[in-house]
Design a protein around this ligand. Structure first.
Ligand code: HSE
Length: 449
């Protein structure tokens, strides 16, 4: 019988010896992981069925938010990967290169690995999983996508009975924070980005956040788990939020939409759409109302319909929550049938499909177009005929008064769904019109229904 709540056996009171973990990196996530493991040690051990001991930490400098007590600390991450006492290496240093070397070393030495590193998994995951299978060790990476939200577990295990049709997510907290603050408070892009950096949400290189690279890493992982395909980060279409203007945010609002930086993965007969870009979403969808640093992922399965997972996508303890859940999973797996583990990408490795990732020109979406027209007769008719000649159906159109400073008339259109190649062609023709000034702004629209 398990001990009753509140009187649980503490760390070390189990008959089997505690599992020893080594934490590499004591920054935001590493510090949070240490603190959560320490604070909740009793409950975590009751869940895992074994005590869990942090046997070593690798850190270049102390973290003022962490009291590491007598835990041994080294500056050399590879010492942790080679420490014969350690069963599980937790990689929280980030980046692609050193992290890959560390994880390969840990696997080589027969250690299980837990990582929060989305770049590492998206870019080197196929190689690392193959090595882990060879050596019979686990790689767990729940914290790599959407921080504290257990979305990998939800798709890989909870939705295992479904054919996943599509998923769409706000999976970069920094970008969402910037868009929310710009919309709600009229703050500038740079000002909000600086705050996200100070709060520890932004990547070491913040262009990863604002150019959509971080979201594309996460989307790549989600798509593989949803559709059973190898990780193919290099084929993801990635567009950031740096070119969004307040004018588009306001026009979208007037049309009943919100602009969100969305990662979309959709299964079609021709292949898989894998794309990250600013997107208009109807304002009454729950996901359109996810603000600040919060993340949310919608997953649509053929049996379950649409589901939504919401929570903190970054930060010290929310991300630690996912890392520690992986620790518990690995510890449980160590005591059960080692051949009956959940596969890394949800599907058995020899059953991954080669369904192609589609180039963006072959993806399908609805579009918001903003055209700066000269105040002349006949321009609207020309615009309409360019679109209709290419089979592009207009859903709504809004024409504003000429702007005082340049006399140009903003013309805003929302189209029905159409293949991107046709819109590319239409934009080229629109920009060549005598009555159109400058570039046409294009933002994709998703109804998510
Ligand atoms: N920079 C990331 C974000 C951190 O803002 O969402 C979590 O992956």
């Amino acid at each position: 019988m398990r001990p009753s709540a509140g009187r649980g056996r503490g760390n070390g009171e189990y008959s089997v010896k505690p599992v020893k973990v080594g934490i590499c990196g004591l920054g935001t996530v590493g510090g949070g992981t240490f603190n959560v493991l320490k604070r909740n040690a009793d409950e975590i051990s009751r869940r895992a069925g074994r005590g869990i001991e942090v046997a070593q930490i690798a850190a270049r400098r102390p973290n003022p938010k962490v009291d590491t007590g007598s835990t041994p600390i080294t500056a050399d991450i590879f010492e942790v990967a080679s420490n014969p006492d350690i069963d599980i290496v937790i990689e929280l240093i980030g980046g692609y290169t050193l992290a890959r070397d560390l994880v390969l070393k840990a696997i080589e030495n027969g250690k299980h690995v837990i990582t929060a590193n989305k770049a590492l998994i998206a870019v080197h995951g196929n190689e690392l999983f193959a090595k882990a299978r060879e050596k019979g060790v686990i790689i767990a990476f729940e914290a790599a996508v959407a921080g504290g939200i257990p979305v990998i577990k939800a798709i890989r295990e909870g939705l295992a009975g479904n054919q996943i049709n599509w998923l769409a997510g706000i999976i970069n907290g920094t970008g969402n924070f910037i868009l929310s603050e710009m919309r709600e408070k009229g703050r500038t892009f740079e000002d909000v980005l600086q705050e996200a950096q100070a709060l520890g949400y932004a990547e070491a290189d913040p262009t990863f956040d604002v150019e959509g690279i971080d979201a594309a890493h996460k989307l790549t992982i989600l798509a593989s788990i949803a559709f059973g395909i190898p990780l193919q980060f290099d084929k993801a279409y990635t567009e950031g939020i740096t070119r969004l203007t307040t004018a588009d945010v306001n026009y979208a609002e007037a049309l009943g939409y919100r602009i969100k930086h969305l990662g979309v993965a959709r299964r079609t007969a021709a292949g898989i759409e894998l794309r990250v870009h600013p997107t208009l979403i109807p304002a009454d969808r729950l996901i359109a109302n996810v603000n600040g640093v919060m993340n949310a992922v919608m997953v649509n399965g053929d049996a379950v319909g649409s589901t939504l997972y919401y929570g903190a996508g970054a930060g010290m303890e929310p991300t630690a929550s996912a890392v520690v859940a992986d620790v518990v999973d690995v510890v449980r797996a160590l005591t059960t049938d080692p051949h009956n583990r959940v596969p890394h990408l949800a599907f058995q490795p020899d059953s991954l499909s080669d369904h192609p990732i589609l180039p963006i020109a072959e993806c399908e979406s609805a579009y918001y177009l903003r055209i700066q027209a000269k105040d002349l007769p006949g321009v609207l008719a020309q615009v309409a005929s360019i679109l209709s000649d290419r089979g592009i159906n207009i859903e709504s159109i809004m024409q504003k008064e000429a702007e005082e400073q340049d006399g140009l008339v903003p013309m805003i259109l929302v189209t029905h769904r159409v293949q991107e190649a046709r819109i590319d062609d239409a934009i080229t023709a629109l920009e060549a019109l005598e009555g159109v000034s400058g570039d046409v702004v294009r933002i994709r629209v998703e109804q998510l229904n």
